[in-house]
Design a protein around this ligand. Structure first.
Ligand code: ATP
Ligand code: ZN
Length: 295
């Protein structure tokens, strides 16, 4: 693949669990994307960035080789790739809060499991390096059977007794008569940057994009809270507000001893939080979404 060196390139999954949220994140960062549904690339109209739609497994290679300066993929895929190289080739620059899953070893439901049971058995996985490390760290000698997909079928097919696969809810394992018994690696989608040299002007644009993306991530969880409170409740209210820096406190006109409190909360605001605020003396509590934020 030859690429236009006057523009940035970001590798994103073409179709799969990360595709929609990867594109949404970039759109949230203000990029207007051109390109049809089945295109291999898309161009940002208003930023020097091209999206390259590829298989998630190829993203560490594209970014590691510097074909794409940036990429979005699961830490699971990056870690498995990194274990196959002597030195790091990519740098993680943001955790994106989606694509959460865990690489787990699963056993047939009817097995009374203990770690020692893995010794001498066959374990099917698409992540042989991470599984190999897990076993080596525990001094367990087992046979790793590498499969590209449909790993959870291996026990039924008699290919392996155990599997080591990605799990989010566990429903797929359960449907195949398996239960998770060991955690090998916890993962979420991340933004990575190549460690290959990048032209200074492009590196600067990449940093600008990263600042915007960090703003989008911060905004997703954040809320703007406004409430009224009497003076003696202010300290307790500031303590309850989740993830807020010093709130703004201004006197209410015509209501001596009462203040309006305004704060950006950088953690989820639950009903329980509002109930606690009310119990502490707050009234007229408003929780508002934040559209954009630059930290
Ligand atoms: P590709 O065609 O791109 O190779 P794939 O089938 O390997 O696709 P997906 O199943 O779309 O990949 O998963 C992509 C990523 O989504 C995984 O590598 C992982 O980081 C994340 N993910 C989140 N939850 C799960 C889950 N329950 N099972 C598998 N992957 C998950
Ligand atoms: Zn894949």
């Amino acid at each position: 693949m030859t690429t236009d060196r006057s523009r940035l390139h970001i590798a994103v999954q073409k179709s799969g669990r990360l595709s929609d949220q990867s594109k949404d994140l970039l759109k949230g960062a203000g990029l207007k994307l051109q390109g049809g549904k089945n295109a291999l690339t898309a161009r940002a109209e208003n930023f020097p960035l091209d999206l390259m739609f590829v298989r998630d497994d190829d993203i560490p290679t594209f970014v590691g080789d510097g074909v794409c300066e940036l990429g979005i993929c699961g830490q699971n895929v990056l870690e498995e790739d990194a274990l196959g190289h002597d030195a790091p080739r990519t740098e993680t620059v943001a955790a994106l809060g989606f694509g959460r899953c865990t690489l787990k070893i699963a056993a047939p439901e009817n097995v009374a499991y203990s770690t020692g049971l893995l010794a001498g058995e066959r374990i099917a996985t698409s992540y042989p390096r991470m599984l190999g490390r897990f076993l080596a760290e525990r001094g367990i000698a087992a046979e790793i059977v590498t499969m590209k997909g449909a790993v959870e079928l291996a026990p039924r097919l008699g290919i392996a007794k155990f599997v080591c696969d990605l799990v989010s809810t566990g429903a797929t394992l359960e449907a195949n008569g398996l239960a998770a018994v060991e955690t090998v690696f916890a993962s979420e989608a991340v933004l990575v940057r190549t460690l290959k040299p990048v032209a200074p002007d492009l590196a600067e644009r990449a940093t600008a994009l990263l600042t915007r993306i960090n703003g989008v991530i911060a905004t997703q969880e954040s809320k703007y809270i406004v409430l009224n409170a009497p003076k003696d409740a202010l300290i307790e209210i500031a303590r309850i507000l989740p993830g807020a820096d010093a709130p703004t406190v201004v006197p209410l006109s015509g209501r001596p001893g009462y203040y309006a409190v305004q704060a950006v909360c950088q953690e989820s605001v639950f009903w329980e939080t509002l109930e606690k605020l009310k119990a502490a003396g707050a009234s007229a509590i408003l929780v508002m979404p934040i559209e954009k934020m630059m930290l």
